[in-house]
Ligand binder design. Structure first.
Ligand SMILES: NC(=O)c1ccc[n+]([C@@H]2O[C@H](COP(=O)([O-])OP(=O)(O)OC[C@H]3O[C@@H](n4cnc5c(N)ncnc54)[C@H](OP(=O)(O)O)[C@@H]3O)[C@@H](O)[C@H]2O)c1
Length: 339
């Protein structure tokens, strides 16, 4: 098998494709011959040394794959060899083969491509659980989606379309506004040229929004909290602000760290606001939550109400370019590796 190794923390140049014997599926496992693997912002941060959950280098990351079952471990009958499946995996996905528990291999809907299937699990499970479990979005509510043109951002916009009357505000580079408008963003805001908080206050007559989904972190968590109207919920789910250039900068991490607000329960009570955190990677012991979310998004996909958007595809050998595409803020939707 071939896999993309993070040989040490650093810029995209630290990535290296290495060969190894194919993994053998153990009891209860199947081996997937990977045809497409999702690249997430977290994996870019893992390469930089900014993602504490990642294994220490040298390591292979990658949270999601789609491909064909090509070997069954002892005791496994389904999915059968030849089945087209996708799966969430706990690292190791950026490879052309991986073994997963048979129960976690989910059939790819007919007509869907491997690239689309690889673009689904992390982004849509994250967006679905945040919107419909953590924040319990209701019809007619206003939701601010940051990094709206990224993988999770577009998933959140598409899912919000299924909520009657929900109004999506989204931050993204100006060149991506037409694309996110088409995905359901009523108010795209170019955070690079304007103060998004001032813009939202102006658009809402000073009232603010009901829900903020914030993967930026640092001072943005304070800004998002201040934008909540009564009954509002802030969901913190990433710290993209810690990542600037290609390599880790401790100064940047420190500056952003100092900006993290402290929340006081008495003030939350007085102001009728809620602050929550979400981390899909820490839900491995609650498979029913993640499984329920995947079932729900699969149903919406089959009904044609959501559709994973693939930005670009790169062979494993060009994984560095894939990382750069995200880091240089050029993607609209999911970046996918195709072994
Ligand atoms: N907690 C969880 O379970 C969970 C799960 C998945 C993702 N996340 C988090 O959600 C966020 C989005 O992840 P994703 O995989 O959907 O992102 P993605 O598709 O890689 O999105 C990248 C886009 O984000 C924007 N961006 C904003 N700040 C950036 C920065 N400092 N560096 C580079 N790009 C930046 C850029 O778009 P513009 O040009 O429009 O700015 C860029 O094109 C990340 O913070 C990630 O860690 C959390």
């Amino acid at each position: 098998m071939r896999a993309v190794w993070i040989t040490r923390h650093g810029g995209p140049e630290v990535l290296e494709v290495r060969e190894a014997p194919d993994p053998i599926p153990g009891p209860g496992e199947v081996r997937i011959r990977v045809r497409a693997a999702g690249l997430n912002f977290a994996e870019v941060m893992a390469r930089q040394g900014l993602y504490p959950d990642a294994p220490r280098p040298p390591c292979v990351v990658g949270y999601e794959v789609a491909g064909v079952v090509d070997a069954l471990g002892p005791g496994v009958e389904r999915p059968a060899a030849g089945a087209r499946v996708f799966a969430l995996v706990h690292f190791g996905g950026h490879a052309d083969a991986i073994c997963v528990p048979a129960a976690s291999a989910i059939s790819i809907p007919e007509g869907a491509t491997f690239e689309e299937a690889a673009a689904l699990p992390v982004n849509y499970a994250t967006a679905w659980l945040m919107l419909f479990r953590t924040a319990s979005v209701r019809p007619g509510e206003r939701v601010l989606v940051h990094m709206a043109a990224g993988g999770v951002g577009i998933a959140a916009l598409q899912l919000l379309r299924t909520v009657p009357g929900a109004v999506a505000f989204g931050t993204a580079s100006g060149s991506k506004h037409e694309a996110i408008r088409r995905e359901g963003c009523a108010h795209p805001i170019d955070y690079r040229t304007r103060d998004y908080a001032a813009e939202i206050r102006a658009l809402t007559g000073g009232e603010g929004v009901d829900v903020v989904l914030d993967p930026l972190g640092g001072r943005d968590w304070a800004k998002g909290y201040d934008l909540l109207r009564e009954g509002g919920r802030l969901v913190a789910y990433g710290f993209a602000n810690a990542s600037g250039g290609p390599r880790r900068s401790w100064l940047r991490v420190l500056v952003q760290g100092v900006g993290i607000p402290r929340f006081d329960p008495l003030r939350l009570m007085a102001r009728n606001r809620a602050v929550a955190g979400f981390n899909l990677g820490h839900l491995w012991r609650r498979p029913e939550l993640v499984g329920g979310a995947l079932e729900a998004v699969l149903a919406l996909w089959r009904e044609g109400r959501i559709a994973p958007r693939v930005d670009s595809t790169f062979p494993l050998e060009r994984a560095a370019e894939a990382h750069r595409r995200i880091q240089e803020r050029r993607n609209v939707g999911k970046v996918v590796l195709v072994p």
